[in-house]
Structures are given as structure tokens and as C-alpha cells.
Design a protein around this ligand. Sequence first.
Ligand code: OVV
Length: 399
Amino acid sequence: MNETAAIAELDIDPYSSENLIDPYPMHERLREAGPVVRLTPYPGVVACARHEQVHAVFNDHATFISGAGVGLTNFNLEKPFRPKSLILEADPPLHTQTRAVLSRILSPKAVMQIRATFTAEAEALLDRCVDKGTICGIHDLAQLYPLKVFPDAVGVEEDGRENLLVYGDMVFNSMGPRNELLARATQRVEAVTGWIMEHCRREHLRPGGFGDQIWQAADAGEITHEQAPMLVRSFLSAGVDTTINGIGNVLYALAHHPEQYAKLHADPTLARPAFEEGLRWESTAQTFYRTAARDCEIAGVPLAANTKVLCMLAAANRDPRKWPNPDRYDIERRPSGHVAFGAGIHGCVGQAVARLEGEVVLTALAKRVKRIEVAGPHTRRLNNTLRALDTLPLRLIPA
Ligand code: OVV
């Protein structure tokens, strides 16, 4: 360390209702205050809202570890709400082993094999949506699609899949403070945790599906049989609520930018970049934390060991230092380098599946629908980590 810089300090609560409803003014204040900012309501926490620092923290996994939790809670000091994820909340060497298994199961080759099915399901669902004419973009489209195709691919039975929504909501709320949102999620999850853990067991997983492939990796000795259900749990935790909101948020973006939708309708091959730009513009996972494994620094600012570092993905994805016109949703922008999937060794292992879902849904939409009209006010579902909509009334004008 050459020079040490003073650290900015802001009295900001990222989890206030006001900031959860509209985080963008807060993002700007945090980015402009400095490369790393202390949050006075949360002692021991600093926030990075600029792209450069978020990217740097994610790419230094030895200093900024995940094993002490990727939410506000420091697992070195407090017990997690559930046994730690063997991939999300793990560091090398454990993470290296579990990641190898999941990344093979979700490899580009595996994604090629599910592509035809995922496409057919998107087309069938969009046929039904167009027949309806006026839909809730969340309930009739953004939720139905991932809740069908992803558990099908994992090999989970149809009955009870709505439990995945309750569970995902809990997992992502658990990364914030002990506020009212977390209290309510904790109450709701009680009735579904048993179902989730039961469906991680081999006898509940269709042979050959992603879930069963984890058990096969245990048979092959790549992981233990005790680890297998915990890795299936990662699919069930991270695989549904994330893509639901990725699709929901991009529908919101397209409905509110008719000129962008017109470009997509004219050229459905823009589906993939339109989804990608949606992730940049309105990032599904707004935040993840890391924990300083030792005394260290960010941009010359000294940090003590055990400092929790709040990485604001959504703010980095609109950092004017990185993106021209960052607040503009532009489907012809190629937003490579966005951190909506994180970055570094913990970068989303399911991102090829997420992109496939986004692409085929937007392609099916673009081919059938000439125009999307906002058919009423939307409502938000507040969550400590996810940018989520509850309702999104849309009128689909057929081509
Ligand atoms: C990326 C992510 C989010 C939530 C849960 C998990 C992973 C997990 O591994 O359980």
C-alpha cells in the first residue's frame, strides 16, 4: 500500500422501502461519493457501487471471500439461516470441486441439448399469451415459463413447484438485514423447506435430469453422497426466482420502451442482446457481498479483516464511468462486461441456461406480437436482494 485514502461515509440504508422501490438515486449517490463508501447504518460494512471496484473485488476471491456468506451476515460471527451452500458460500478448494460438477452439468453442450424443448415451451406459452391478449407479464409469462422448463430439466415433479417461489424469495431475502421482509419470508418458508429438501433426494429426481446428474457425480467420486442433495438444493435455490425476474424485468423494459420493442419485432435475432441489455439496465440480483479475509484495501482505502463488502451489481451496471448513457435501455448496445451474473470464479454457473430462457421467450414474443402496451400500473415485490415485480399488466397487440 502506497498512499491511504480517506473513506467516504453516507447515511444510506440500501434496504429501506424507498431505496428498494427506486434504487437508482441511491446508486448515483454511492458511486459519486467514492470508490468505496462506509454505510453508517451498518457498522463494519462498506459498499462498492462503481464498475471498476465491483469487478476488482469479484476477481480477487482470495482476499474477498464467499465462505463467510455473500449476504450482510458474517458467518464467522453469526450462524447462517440454513447450512451453507457448497458453491455460493464456499471458497477454494471446496468451491473448485463443486463448481466443476455444476459447470459440467450446465455446460454449453448441455444447454444445446435442452434448447429444442425450451424453445417449444416458449412458443406454446406465447401462443396462449397472445390468445389472451391482455396478460399479467409476471404471472402469465415470467413466472410460468421458468417454473415449467427449469424444474423439468432438473427432473423435479410438477406437483408443488410453487414452493420454489417461496424458497427463492427466502434465500434472497436472507442476504439482507433482519427486517420485516426477512421476517415475513422466514414465516412463509417454514411450510416449504421440507418439500425442498425432500426433492433434493435421488428418488425424487428424474433419471438423467440435472439433479440426477449431481448424484451420478457422487457415484463417480467427484463429490460425496452427502454433498449431492446440497448441490441439488443450489439448483432449486438459484434457478427459478432469478430467471423469473430477469424475464419480468426485461418485459417491463420493453413495455416502457416501445421504440426498442419495435426494433426487436422487426428483427427477432435481437432477442439475445435485448435480454442481455435488460440484465444490465435492471439487474435481477442487485447485490452480493464478500468478506475481507485479512486487512486489505480497495482503491487505496484500508479495510480491516472481516469487513463486509457490499458489491452493488446493479449500480456498477449503470456506472457512467463504464457505460455511455447508462440509464438508457438500448437493445443494440452490446453490454459485454456487465456484472449482472457477477464475475470471476463465482460468476453465475447457470448463465447459459438463463440466457437460453431469455432468448427463446423474447424470440417467441417478437415473432407473434407487434406492439406491447402497458395495460395498467405495475406493482413491485420487494426483496432484500432481487429486483422483482409482482404484477405487470400488458396488452399484446398481435402481428
Ligand atoms: C447464486 C445463488 C443464489 C442463491 C442460492 C445459491 C446460489 C445456492 O447455491 O444455494
